[in-house]
Design a protein around this ligand. Sequence first.
Ligand code: SAM
Length: 295
Amino acid sequence: MKEQRDIATPSRTREILAKHGFTFKKSLGQNFLTDPNILRKIVAAGDINQETNVIEVGPGIGALTEYLARAAHRVVAFEIDDRLLPVLADTLAPYENVTIVHQDILKAHIDQVLQEQFADDRRPVKVVANLPYYITTPIMMHFLDAKAPIAEMVVMMQKEVADRISAKPGTKAYGSLSIAVQYYMEASIAFIVPKTVFVPQPNVDSAILTLTRRPKPAVTVTNEAAFFALTKAAFLQRRKTFWNNLQSYYGKDEATKAWLQQSLQVAAIDPKRRGETLSLEEFARLSNAMEAGKL
Ligand code: SAM
């Protein structure tokens, strides 16, 4: 395969945009990467090699896709903007291992996609993407909900969201999003990306988050839906105590209060604590106690 000039340099990006008369759509979160060094670091952070298949969300003009195509076995990239299809056909022409799917990633059935695209291929599938920031959380949840497990995700997002996802108990950033993701995946920030490496430049810095699928969820719960509901209830109002939030969510009548008190006691959790101090284990313990003593 003939190596070509990187798409991701500022000059080549300008050339491509001008050649195709492309104008950015802010509503689609279009901020394109123009720094090959960052792309190299993303590929390294994901340990992407010939034994890896990749799903990319939002290839844009192909900056990251090109780096993935060079490193991975196969790349399947979902792009919602039809104006980018002719651009990608042009910029990625040298790469035979890339498939562009014109679809909203949130409408794609991930399990079906894995089946269709990588049917008998035993290589692990990783999600690598510079995510459209307006739907970062829905996209993360969409992949976590897939039955067929995604081995790993290496995703760029606003630094503030990456902080929240990877946050530990007792910190300001810790919340139901941290728990929802950390239940399935181990999350850590690989590195920070300054806003200066994008066109157009976003208002905030970004971070690369690496998420590795746990062999089994971080904690054992008897009812997942009830567990996630409890973690949401705990953070209803951050200034309030856990006890106040529990009552606001589950009810203030005597029977409910007795049930909550009993469950807290069984789980050995002080109701005066704040929700953000509870670990995943503590939430699981309480959720299981609540299920066992259900009204
Ligand atoms: N990967 C490119 C890069 O790093 O330069 C572009 C990243 S840009 C932040 C996000 C891309 O996601 C855009 O190309 C945008 O059109 C696309 N996009 C936005 N919403 C999408 C959706 N729901 N499904 C698939 N792609 C989407």
